[in-house]
Design a protein around this ligand. Structure first.
Ligand code: NCD
Ligand code: ZN
Length: 349
C-alpha cells in the first residue's frame, strides 16, 4: 500500500501552550487534525469556563488563514472546583472535559488535585451533566517507582473513583502499560483511553540510546507517563490496532523550549504535532494493521465524545522525509521528537 486516505482525524489530547509559543505550534496541529482536546495546564491553569473561553479565543485568533481547526476546551480540576463551575462548563458548549492532574504528577500540575475526596461535588456534577473526566493516571507517592505509577493508580484511585461515580464518562489519558490497556478492555461502563504515537513506537530503552543503539541520554524522548519496557509497548500496539472503540488517538504533543529539555533537570513532554499521523501510521504498519488506522484516528474519538465524525479526508503517502532539527517556539526553539529519524509516511493533503 502506497497511499492511505482516511477521514480527517482529531487529536484527543494536546498541549498548545499560550501566547507566541502557541501561535508557533498551532499550525502543525491544525494541518494534521480537524479538532483537538486542548489541555488546560497553562500557568496559571485554566480552571474556569471564562478562562477556557478566553483561551479558546486566543487560539482561534492565532490560526493562520486557510486552516480549519476547532479547539475543544477543557477545565483543570482543583480541590476547590465548585459544582456550579461544572454546570457553567457544560452549558457553555465549548468545554468538552475536565482534566484531573494528581498534584505534582507532571509538568505544570502544582495546582492539581491533592485528594479525590475533595472533588466529590464536582465529580458528582460531572456525572450528572455528563461532562467527561480526563485523567492523568499516575500516583505521586515518592516511594513508588516512576515506572509503576500508572499501574498503582488503577487500583488505588481509578477503580474506587469509578465505583463511586459509575455513570461518569472517563478518559484514561495517554496510557502506557499493559495493565492500563487490560483495565480499559475489561472495565464495565463508560471508559476510553488515548494512546500516543511515541508510546506505540518506542520503549524505555530509547531514553538511553538512539535508533541505532548508540548510548546516551535522550531528553527529547522523556515524557510523563514515562516510556515503559517493550512488553508494555506491545500491549499498547495490540490495543490501538485491535479495533476496540475504547482506544483512540491522543498525541500528548507537549512542546518545551529546547533549553528546558536539554538541561540538568530536563522537563517532561515530547513535541509530535508536526509528524503525528506519520508516526501513528508507522506504528500501525508495524502491526500490519493499516486497515484499522482510520477507526483509531478518526472514528473512535468522536464517537466516545458524542461528536460528529469529520466529513473531510486526509491522505498519507509512502514517501520518506525528515522533520526539521528545530522549530521556532516563541522566543526559543523546540526539538521535535523523532527529528533525525526517517519517516516513511508523509501527510500530503
Ligand atoms: C505534559 C506537559 O508538558 O504539559 N508533559 C508530558 O510529559 N506529557 C504534561 C502531561 O500531559 O503529563
Ligand atoms: Zn498531556
Amino acid at each position: 500500500m502506497d497511499a492511505l486516505t482516511i477521514t480527517r482525524p482529531d487529536d484527543w489530547h494536546l498541549h498548545l501552550r499560550d501566547g507566541a509559543a502557541m501561535a508557533d505550534v498551532l499550525p502543525y496541529t491544525a494541518r494534521q487534525f480537524a479538532r483537538a482536546i486542548v489541555m488546560p495546564n497553562l500557568k496559571p491553569p485554566v480552571t474556569t469556563t471564562a478562562a477556557a473561553q478566553a483561551y479558546r479565543e486566543r487560539i482561534v485568533a492565532a490560526l493562520p488563514a486557510g486552516l480549519r481547526f476547532a479547539p475543544l476546551m477543557t477545565l483543570y480540576l482543583t480541590d476547590n472546583t465548585p459544582a456550579e463551575e461544572i454546570r457553567r462548563a457544560k452549558a457553555s458548549g465549548i468545554v468538552h472535559g475536565v482534566k484531573l492532574y494528581p498534584a505534582g504528577a507532571t509538568t505544570h500540575s502544582d495546582s492539581g488535585v491533592t485528594s479525590l475526596a475533595r472533588c466529590s461535588a464536582a465529580l458528582a456534577e460531572m456525572e450528572k451533566v455528563d461532562l467527561p473526566l480526563l485523567i492523568h493516571g499516575e500516583v505521586t507517592h515518592r516511594h513508588v517507582d516512576v515506572f509503576d505509577r500508572e499501574r498503582f493508580f488503577i487500583d488505588e484511585q481509578l477503580i474506587p473513583l469509578r465505583r463511586d461515580f459509575p455513570a461518569l464518562r472517563v478518559v484514561f489519558e495517554h496510557i502506557t502499560t499493559r495493565e492500563a490497556a487490560d483495565y480499559v478492555v475489561a472495565a464495565a461502563g463508560r471508559i476510553g483511553a488515548t494512546i500516543t504515537a511515541h508510546h506505540l513506537l518506542y520503549n524505555r530503552t530509547r531514553l538511553f540510546a538512539d535508533a541505532e543503539g548508540r548510548t546516551g541520554m535522550r531528553p527529547h524522548y522523556y515524557c510523563l507517563p514515562v516510556l515503559k519496557r517493550e512488553t508494555h509497548r506491545q500491549a499498547l500496539l495490540a490495543a490501538a490496532t485491535g479495533g476496540n472503540p475504547r482506544f483512540f488517538l491522543g498525541t500528548d504533543s507537549a512542546p518545551h523550549p529546547k533549553g528546558e529539555k536539554e538541561s540538568a533537570c530536563g522537563c517532561a513532554g515530547c513535541f509530535t504535532a508536526a509528524s503525528a499521523l506519520e508516526m501513528y501510521a508507522m506504528a500501525f504498519e508495524e502491526a500490519g494493521a493499516l486497515d484499522r488506522f482510520e477507526g483509531f484516528a478518526s472514528h473512535h474519538g468522536p464517537d466516545f465524545y458524542g461528536l460528529p465524525r469529520n466529513a473531510a479526508q486526509v491522505t498519507l503517502r509512502r514517501e520518506q522525509w525528515h522533520l526539521p532539527a528545530e522549530i521556532k517556539f516563541g522566543s526559543a526553539s523546540l526539538v521535535p521528537l523523532a527529528a533525525g529519524e526517517p519517516l516513511p509516511w508523509k501527510l500530503v493533503a
